[in-house]
Write a protein that binds this ligand. Structure first.
Ligand code: 4AD
Ligand code: MG
Length: 463
């Protein structure tokens, strides 16, 4: 008989239907007349209640084996559940225990564990209610993202993970080398001789697929990437990872207005789609993690985002009736406390800040006529701060060359990127969404390490 997924049984199962399920025991309750075993297969937050009657062959033996964490197959028939809280349950006629889990040592017992503790058992934590819900919602977000772009005719392009260029120019890159670190070849000047390395020059893990996405946008008009990116910034915060996933749309024939419109429609679509596809998980987050999660989703879907220039934002921050740890003055980058003040307290909704000072943004952003600001945009979310960073790109060759030089980078290394401005250049724009920050925003989870299955952060690489 085909195995059925528990979510499907809970949704569609009818009394007297035969059913086979496979999953892991969450709890066991032994009563005088029979035993209840809750089984979960990851398809939903809710477990399927399995009823074991004492006339089951080897009943007593099974009772010893069916501890929390054990893996089982149950064959039986569905019955309407007399108890509250579930519609249908499964009366077992046969059981197979694939693997037992010793209750003396299995770390996930039936009690609330802290997220800190769960991070120390990264190989088991996906079996908990909260992490289970997180990873289902994460999957739903990814699906919604592809849905959104595919419906609009964007081409999904795959940009490289190993790269020779620093897109953000921030120097926060992990090196990739084939050199033997115990015997590094040196030049006469005692520098590392990269000509002997695998690629013949320095190579890194990418911080962003943007530059390559621009190449593809200059052929396919609208494209997006969705892949892992890496940053060697040593920030031990609840919003930073060393390895995170980024979604980067890039659009030819598009300016900053079009870019902002897309970002707003994009976030609205993802929230709508996740609410539709994961209602139980979202309800759980609202009840157990952050009671503003559903109101936030509603706010995103139904209200226009605030749009404000950096210069106006600084003026508001200077007027704010509070002491910031870092005072906000024109020319400095917005700190997380400033971002949250704007989005969370002042506007109480996502806020798009545009036209940042040229000195604090990457070389590729389009210079405004004032020559002091660039056509940048950051989407700030309540509680999270920056969730999206993007810009209209500098499409004018001479200005772009100047900007690259001004940032101490070598235009020759970016010859191919500059060629895009030599041959058929067009106004274009794009942005990057931090996928884990989105999942945090969606679920209310406080720490970014709990929304990615295997977090990479300083000193964290165990699993
Ligand atoms: O603002 P960022 O650095 O922008 C770029 O990389 C552009 N090249 C994107 C583009 O225009 N195509 O990063 C984009 C987003 C941020 O807004 C943030 O949400 C997320 O990526 N992000 C991080 N998420 C987790 N951990 C980190 N260390 C992150 N750094 C950035
Ligand atoms: Mg940014």
């Amino acid at each position: 008989m085909v195995t059925r997924r528990i979510a499907e049984i809970l949704r569609n199962g009818q009394p007297d239907e035969p059913a086979t399920i496979q999953g892991w025991v969450r709890t066991k309750r032994e009563l005088k007349e029979f035993t209840f075993v809750e089984v979960n297969d990851g398809s939903s937050m809710a477990n399927l209640q399995v009823v074991l009657n004492p006339d089951l062959p080897a009943y007593e033996e099974y009772l010893k084996k069916l501890n929390t964490g054990a893996s089982v197959e149950v064959i039986g028939s569905l019955v309407a559940s007399p108890a509250k809280g579930q519609r249908i349950e499964l009366t077992a006629s046969e059981i197979k225990v694939y693997g037992e889990a010793d209750p003396e040592t299995y770390p996930l017992q039936k009690k609330r564990h802290s997220f800190e503790f769960l991070r120390t058992i990264g190989h088991l934590r996906a079996r908990t209610n909260t992490l289970g819900a997180v990873f289902r919602v994460r999957n739903a977000c990814a699906t919604a993202i592809h849905e959104f772009f595919q419906e609009r005719g964007f081409l999904w392009v795959h940009t490289p993970i190993i790269t020779g260029s620093d897109c953000e120019g921030a120097g926060e890159m992990f090196s990739v080398t084939g050199l033997n670190l115990k015997q590094i070849p040196r030049t006469d000047q005692q520098e590392v001789d990269y000509s002997q390395d695998f690629f013949g020059k320095p190579a890194y893990l990418t911080v962003s697929g943007q530059l390559e996405a621009e190449v593809m946008a200059m052929a396919f008009s609208d494209v997006y990437t969705f892949g892992p990116t890496f940053r060697a910034e040593n920030s031990n915060t609840s919003r930073h990872l060393a390895e995170f996933w980024m979604v980067e749309p890039e659009m030819a024939f598009c300016d900053l207005e079009g870019n902002m419109d897309l970002a707003e429609a994009f976030l609205k679509h993802i929230f709508k789609s996740v609410l539709e596809n994961c209602p139980e998980d979202m309800e759980f987050f609202n009840q157990r993690i952050d009671n503003s999660v559903l109101a936030t989703a509603d706010n995103i879907i139904n209200n226009q985002f605030e749009r404000i220039t950096y210069t106006d934002a600084i003026a508001l921050l200077e007027k704010a009736d509070r002491q910031f740890e870092y005072p906000a003055t024109w020319g400095v980058d917005l700190q997380s406390e400033h971002e949250r003040y704007l989005a969370e307290e002042l506007f109480k909704k996502p806020t798009i800040v545009t036209d940042y000072p040229v000195g604090i943004k990457a070389f590729y952003m389009r210079l405004n006529d004032d020559e002091k600001t660039v056509r940048a945009m950051d989407v700030l979310a309540p509680k999270i701060g920056e969730i999206i960073g993007g810009s209209q790109r500098e499409e004018r060759l001479d200005i772009l060359e100047r900007r690259i030089q001004a940032q101490g980078m070598n235009p020759e290394e970016l010859w191919w990127y500059l060629d895009l401005r030599r041959y058929g250049t067009v106004p274009h724009a794009g942005f990057g969404l931090g996928f884990e920050r989105l999942v945090q925003f969606m679920t209310g989870m406080g720490n970014i390490r709990d929304v990615i299955p295997f977090p990479r952060a300083p000193l964290s690489i165990e699993f």
